[in-house]
Design a binder for this molecule. Structure first.
Ligand code: IPM
Ligand code: MG
Length: 353
């Protein structure tokens, strides 16, 4: 039987609760057709407080033995955010060359959007976010600290190769979706070097996809459009920072942070890709057993899809849709009182039907 080796980093806060839920569902989805072998890594903020590092020094070499990484959440009030981000999540994305951040943004039937009158038919987008360079490249520095001359520089780097490959991925994805629309988020009115370059390269790639309707929008305008006309958007292509912001809007209009998944993908498969719920560690509800496991379960399904197990992905997704659609089991983020365990059990039950 085919066996996939999965590195599991449950991480901080509710990551410790939603990842075991996701693993239960993955095991059930695999039953009879393939196997997942899970290996736990204790990395994250507790590890940092014990060892002074977020990860083992050879973490990335260790990851190369795996087919995929399943990540919970990273972030802890006791550790500065830039440490958790810059020493863990961002190095993963960069060092494992996961240059695509793929984030579906869908309003599921059974969840109310904060946008009045919107239904599942109106909000069905996916963001293809550049995940390895741009505004997050990490180049820059600080000088003359603590003096009146103090300065900080944070450089954005955009390469032809980086833009071209993310654009190609996004157009290919759009080509396979019913509406075949691609909206590229830019800001070339104000950023005459990097964003004009972005637009030029994206427009060149667009020529290879004549069946996809391509439009560019300034990022402020597309942010507004996501709220006022979400039904006009399908695939959104964005830089690292713009994609970060737009996907939070996407998850907000989809009704709950507890639902949206994300994939950090290396399309060439030379390194393992990493799948995570896009919500954070939620310290306020951690340890209470009430976190919504749907985002983690959905991220697990995306991981199976990436590994080539599309049928298992579809089974999980349809179970999620039925459980949410029936509105009988709701965690507090969805206005109910169900626990993580009850929601997980409901999804497992729906998969059996
Ligand atoms: C996300 C998060 C991260 C990001 C943070 C934790 C650095 O907000 O995955 O969207 O900005 O990419
Ligand atoms: Mg974010």
């Amino acid at each position: 039987m085919k066996t996939y080796r999965i590195a599991v980093i449950a991480g901080d806060g509710i990551g410790q609760e939603v990842i075991p839920a996701g693993i239960e569902v993955l095991k059930s989805a695999a039953k009879g057709s393939f196997q997942c072998e899970f290996t736990d890594f204790p990395w994250g903020s507790d590890f940092y407080l014990r060892t002074g590092r977020m990860l083992d020094a050879d973490a990335f070499e260790q990851m190369h033995k795996f087919d995929a990484v399943y990540l919970g959440a990273i972030g802890d009030p006791r550790v500065p955010d830039h440490i958790t981000a810059r020493e863990m999540i961002l190095p993963f994305r960069q060092q494992l060359r996961q240059y695509v951040n793929l984030r579906p943004m869908r309003l599921l039937t059974g969840i109310d959007s904060p946008l009045r009158g919107r239904t599942a038919a109106d909000i069905d987008m996916v963001c293809v976010r550049e995940n390895s360079e741009g505004e997050y490249c990490g180049i820059g520095g600080r000088l003359h600290r603590g003096t009146p001359d103090e300065l900080a520089e944070q450089t954005g780097i955009f390469t032809r190769r980086g833009i071209e490959r993310i654009a190609r991925y996004a157009f290919t994805l759009a080509q396979g979706r019913p509406r075949r629309l691609l909206a590229s988020a830019t800001k070339s009115n104000a950023m005459q070097h990097s964003m004009v370059f972005w637009d030029e390269v994206v427009a060149e790639v667009a020529k290879d996809f004549p069946d996809v309707t391509y439009r560019k929008y300034h990022v402020d305008a597309i942010a507004a459009r996501m709220v006022t006309h979400p039904q006009t958007l399908d695939v959104i292509l964005a830089t690292n920072l713009f994609g970060d912001i737009l996907t939070d809007i996407g998850s907000a209009i989809s009704g709950s942070l507890g639902v949206g998944p994300g994939g950090n993908i290396n399309p060439e498969r030379t390194t393992p890709s990493m799948f995570e719920p896009i919500h954070g560690s939620a310290p306020d509800i951690a340890g209470k057993g009430v976190a919504n496991p749907i985002a983690a379960i959905w991220a697990g399904a995306m991981m199976l899809d990436h590994l080539g197990e599309k049928a298992a992905h579809d089974r999980i997704l349809s179970a999620i849709e039925r459980v949410i659609g029936s509105e009988t089991v709701k965690t507090p983020d969805l206005g109910g009182k169900a626990t993580t365990a009850e929601m997980t059990k409901a999804v497992l039950g729906a998969m059996g039907r």
